[in-house]
Design a protein around this ligand. Structure first.
Ligand code: G4P
Length: 526
């Protein structure tokens, strides 16, 4: 315990993740409504780039503007300070989402009852599993017909590799959806479409009581009793510690659009979700309740204004209290810095803050001092561990299209990579630069931003690559032989590590066969 304990314990910092269209934006908006942070539905603009708009620059610029405002949405609810960290909806920016997950203490996953577990949910859950992040699942769109809830729970367990425990249970779905039985609070929540709240909230300790038929029709009552009996038989009792350890995910059902089940989710969330958790640094584990400030940069947002190449570096506070105008150490530079206008994000407004606590996010105006993963401390030599880089899915050579602007191009590439827009590899054989991304849209964003922010023109040239593999070996001779044999395919990543760029799955498996002493990794940390 220390002087900041009360502040720290009331904080809940989390992200909502989903496959596009499952209802993340809608749920976020309803949560903000409960927190009084906004007053009308529709105030949170969907911050997604519609998939049809891949080349619509206005759309991207608009998106960037909106997403600065909605990067962190904070509000007070029932004595708690809630920080929702927004994640980009578009899958081409999945890396951004991965990094945001390094700054949250827990996650709510939204799943569309009709679609079940989708590709992006699977990938994001992998990151949560790696970090043992506690997750709550919200099955959305119960006002529509969808999968059988038991089948869906099996699917979640199988596809997301996590045990589940329903804490509420739907009474039918689609047109016949009548509400949910809240197992956690032993209450019956009844539903009327478009009423914008749970119409009736009846305490119901014993669903076997004949009173149930006063609320729902006999067939639905019988089915509910049968289902609950099955749940109690099949699923273990809910245990908060197992959830906090990231081993079990409680599941809620509802309809974000109809505001059904959202308050119930939020009420349970503030009770069980973790306050800021200890964070692993290279040197030691940092406890949020330590007196001294520590934090790390998890996201850098370029300014919309191309004339001022300023950015906002988003810092997650890991311990202690952050104060405006105090001197903090930028560990990578080994120098002290002061921040005179740190911003916090309350509701949808950005404002200058004088202090912030572990769990909070502050935005620091920056002119190129920060890289993703940088640590700030009160003076200690400490390095927070970021997330490893994953092998990109797409690769292209980047070439200079304007010989007069080579310097601008190099600077632009370097800064965009520091911001984490994509990954850069430099071929060791011919020195050519290769950019690796998750999706096509990132190439378009890079080209556009190089031109508008750095006055540099680039062009893309195709290169056919399958995966980037970080390689390692205990056998220096084997390593040398491998590098010699694959000289044309060896590159350095931005940290100067050896990366083998395999041009096909077949070639990679041959290499694995031919060089048993070499280990091939698809992430940069192993
Ligand atoms: P996302 O951020 O996860 O991409 O999803 P978003 O909230 O934008 O929701 C995607 C679509 O699903 C929206 O419809 C939204 O209205 C709808 N939706 C969200 N929750 C529910 C729900 O509980 N029930 C039903 N029936 N629909 C829901 P849209 O037509 O794409 O957009 P809009 O024109 O309604 O904004």
């Amino acid at each position: 315990m220390n002087q900041y304990s009360t502040e720290i314990e009331r904080r809940r910092t989390f992200a909502i993740i989903s496959h596009p269209d499952a209802g993340k934006t809608t749920l976020t908006e309803k949560l903000l409504l409960f927190g009084g942070a906004i007053h009308v539905a529709g105030a949170v603009k969907s911050n997604k780039i519609k998939r049809t708009a891949t080349s619509d620059w206005m759309e991207i610029e608009k998106q960037r503007g909106i997403s600065v405002a909605t990067s962190v949405m904070a509000f007070d609810y029932d004595g708690h300070k809630i920080n929702i960290l927004d994640t980009p909806g578009h899958q081409d920016f999945a890396e951004d989402t991965f990094r945001t997950l390094t700054a949250v203490d827990s996650v709510i996953i939204v799943i569309d009852v009709a679609k079940g577990v989708e590709a992006q949910t699977r990938r994001l859950m992998e990151v949560c599993r790696m970090r043992k992040t506690p997750v709550i699942v919200f099955v959305n769109k119960m006002d529509r017909d969808g999968k059988d809830p038991f089948d869906l729970l099996d699917e979640i367990e199988e596809e997301l590799h996590i045990k589940v425990r329903p804490l509420s249970w739907p009474i039918d779905m689609g047109q016949r959806f009548r509400g949910v039985y809240n197992i956690y609070e032993q209450k019956l929540n009844l539903y009327a479409p478009s009423k914008q709240y749970v119409t009736e909230n009846v305490e119901f300790k014993d669903i076997n009581s004949p009173e149930l038929e006063n609320y729902i029709d006999p067939a639905q009552a019988a089915k509910l009793r049968e289902d609950i009996e099955l749940i109690e038989g099949v699923y273990p009792e809910f245990d908060v510690q197992t959830y906090l350890a990231g081993d079990i995910a409680p599941v809620f059902f509802g309809s974000a659009l109809n505001n059904f089940g959202v308050k119930e989710l939020l009420d349970c969330f503030i009770r069980i979700a973790p306050s800021p958790r200890p964070v692993q640094a290279v040197e030691r584990v940092v406890d949020p309740e330590e007196d001294n400030f520590t934090g790390f940069v998890f996201k850098i947002h370029a300014n919309m204004d191309p004339n001022h190449r300023s950015c906002i570096a988003f810092v997650k506070i890991c311990s202690g209290k952050f104060e405006r105008n105090a001197n903090y150490k930028h560990v990578r530079f080994g120098k002290m810095m002061r921040f005179s206008s740190p911003t916090a994000f309350m509701a949808q407004k950005k404002e200058i803050v004088d202090e912030a606590y572990a769990g909070d996010i502050v935005g620091l105006p920056d002119t190129g001092n920060f890289k993703i993963g940088d640590t700030l401390t009160a003076g200690e030599e400490l390095h927070f561990k970021g997330l490893p880089s994953f092998s990109p899915e797409m690769f292209k050579y980047i070439e200079n299209a304007d010989p007069m602007k080579a310097k601008q191009l190099n600077k632009g590439i370097e800064q965009l990579m520091d911001e984490g827009v994509a990954q850069l590899f430099v071929n060791q054989f011919n020195g050519r630069k290769i950019i690796g991304t998750v999706g096509q849209l990132q190439f378009e964003v890079i080209q556009y931003r190089l031109l508008h922010e750095y006055g540099a023109q680039c062009k893309w040239e195709p290169i056919s690559l399958y995966k980037a593999c970080w390689i390692e070996s205990d056998n220096p001779q084997a390593m040398e032989n491998f590098k010699k044999r694959k000289a044309q395919y060896m590159a350095l990543d931005k940290e100067g590590r050896d990366v083998y760029l395999a041009d096909s799955g077949y070639v990679l498996s041959m290499a694995q066969q031919d060089f048993p002493d070499i280990k091939f990794h698809f992430t940069s940390e192993f």
